[in-house]
Design a protein around this ligand. Structure first.
Ligand code: PEP
Length: 247
């Protein structure tokens, strides 16, 4: 039985004070969960403070991105080893905002996932189609191409150590969620591709306007193993309710 995982992606929001407050609230509101893991991904500069707050807590820490090189002259980049050093267990790679606003290619995303794994970070690899691609009937082709770059880069053991997040671009931050049936269709496709590559047990998260009110209907789908949550993760009550819905 796959464990559920709910990850909060705080994006470029917050401050020292807001990070402390949000985490305290979350720790207060989150009940003990038996079958669900929870992680938050604050901006890089708040990772250390967040890590200190989360010591001995069930909430894990992740980064929103990772540099594609080990170290060196890459101004503004953050290495996987540094994220590990700051207490991260996860790193999101290939978020659609990185792919579209910062032109990250499938190959760069695969490279980032590989370097994360090398440093014992679980990469949460995001895939998803744009609205135009969905409307043109190309959703599964796009997802297949994004996955191929990962399959081509990893051996079976490595592949079994990643998390995939299906995030339809048209549902991110728009308030427009994929219906449970739309999400399940793509998740089942991803599961089938993973199975062909001997990695059927990899967790597949859904992301795109997940909220307390729609979380349960998504999380009960056969191939949805939890959520990658943006906006709603900035509200402790809402995020705690989403985590409860995953149980
Ligand atoms: C995200 O940032 O990964 C995301 C899914 O955002 P939102 O929940 O706000 O749509």
């Amino acid at each position: 039985m796959r464990r559920k995982l709910v990850v909060g992606n705080w994006k470029m929001h917050g401050s020292n004070a807001a990070t402390a407050e949000l985490l305290s609230e979350l720790l207060r509101l989150l009940p003990p969960l038996k079958s669900t893991d929870v992680a938050v991904c604050p901006p890089f500069v708040y990772l250390t403070a967040a890590c200190q707050r989360l010591v001995d807590s069930p909430i894990k820490l992740g980064a929103q991105n990772v540099g594609a090189a080990e170290q060196g002259a890459f101004t503004g980049e953050i290495a996987a080893s540094m994220l590990r050093d700051c207490g991260c267990d996860f790193a999101i790679v290939g978020h659609s905002e990185r792919r579209h606003l910062f032109a990250e290619s499938n190959e760069q995303v695969a490279e980032k996932a590989a370097i994360a794994l090398r440093h014992e970070l679980t990469p949460i690899i995001c895939v998803g189609e744009s609205l135009a691609e969905r409307e043109a009937g190309k959703t599964l082709d796009v997802i297949a191409r994004q996955l191929e770059a990962i399959f081509g880069r990893f051996n079976t053991a490595e592949l079994n150590s990643v998390v995939i997040a299906y995030e339809p671009v048209w549902a991110i931050g728009t308030g427009r969620t994929a219906t449970p049936a739309q999400a399940q269709e793509v998740h089942a496709f991803i599961r089938q591709r993973l199975q062909i590559n001997n990695a059927a047990a990899v967790s597949i998260l859904y992301g795109g306007s997940v909220k307390a009110e729609n979380a349960k209907a998504l999380f009960v789908q056969a191939d949805i193993d939890g959520g990658l949550v943006g906006g709603a993760s900035l509200n402790a009550e809402e995020f705690a309710a989403i985590c409860r819905a995953a149980e």
